[in-house]
Design a protein around this ligand. Structure first.
Ligand code: 6PG
Length: 258
């Protein structure tokens, strides 16, 4: 487990812009080192705010968009064109504006797709897609994503792993169907903690005062089933990107004054 590093920005706009700049650099470095990059996107306002900031950043053209695989940490299990879908929101925020290779944009299946309304079958299919993408150098059933981003919910959920839900306890499968989620819509598909922890870097994003309690609990040593965000970490780095309001309940001294 990597020790979390905390970076606090003045407000959520600056947080989104700084995280977008950080992501551009990370992708450019990964493409220089390995010829390709893989990034896991998150749903939610902060994840989409980051993508919109990236779309507006002049340096976005430094990325070779044809040589990047994009995955999702979770998806709302609704029809493919539903505006609630994380994939639809990511297209609006960024993906429609950059020359990504559609074959490398790995959206999770929708509820009107080949698996119908069977979220568990959709999850199994996504797990298989990840397994096929993993090479021998990945030493496991999912690729070693360069960056995996997660929005943090006010109850400490990440992706669609909600506190005390079975998905937060999953230790074998890499992707699961989630039923009865407390955040609508109730049916979702989500990466599990073992899949999340395969990433080189995990970035957790939280902004606003309604997140301050969750951030303090997760960074205060809570257990993974009670606080899934506490158990989301990367192989080489775990980074919490916060605005001042979300950091308000952290103990003094955990990050430099902003
Ligand atoms: O599908 C979703 O809703 C998510 O992926 C979810 O895990 C989200 O990232 C958090 O709830 C934070 O969302 P906000 O950034 O909007 O607070």
């Amino acid at each position: 487990m990597t020790t979390p590093q905390v970076v606090v920005h003045r407000d959520k706009e600056l947080m989104a812009q700084a995280a977008a700049a950080r992501l551009i650099t990370k992708i450019v470095d990964a493409q220089a080192a390995r010829g390709t990059a893989s990034v896991v996107l998150t749903g939610g306002r902060n994840g989409n705010g980051l993508l919109a900031a990236l779309a507006a950043a002049p340096a976005r053209d430094a990325v070779d968009w044809a040589r990047i695989d994009l995955w999702w940490g979770d998806e709302r299990f609704v029809p493919a064109d539903d505006p609630e879908r994380n994939h639809v929101q990511a297209c609006e925020a960024l993906l429609d504006a950059v020359p990504v290779d559609p074959a490398r944009v790995h959206a999770m299946p929708a509820s009107d797709g080949p698996y119908g309304d069977d979220a568990d079958a959709a999850a199994a299919a996504y797990a298989e897609e990840l397994r096929r993408a993993a090479g021998p150098e990945d030493h496991g059933p999912v690729p070693r994503f360069d960056v995996l981003m997660l929005g943090v919910g006010p109850d400490t959920h990440v992706a669609s792993l909600f506190p005390e839900h079975p998905a937060a306890r999953e230790s074998e499968r890499t992707v699961v169907g989630v039923h009865g989620a407390p955040k609508p819509p109730p049916t979702r598909v989500s990466l599990t903690l073992p899949a999340i922890r395969a990433a080189r870097e995990v970035w957790l994003l939280a902004a606003g005062e309604d997140k301050a309690g969750a951030v303090a609990i997760a960074l205060g040593g809570a257990g993974e089933v009670q606080a899934p965000a506490a158990a989301a970490y990367g192989r080489s780095r775990t980074l919490w990107l916060l605005d001042r309001a979300a950091a308000a309940k952290l103990p003094a001294g955990l990050y430099p004054p902003v």
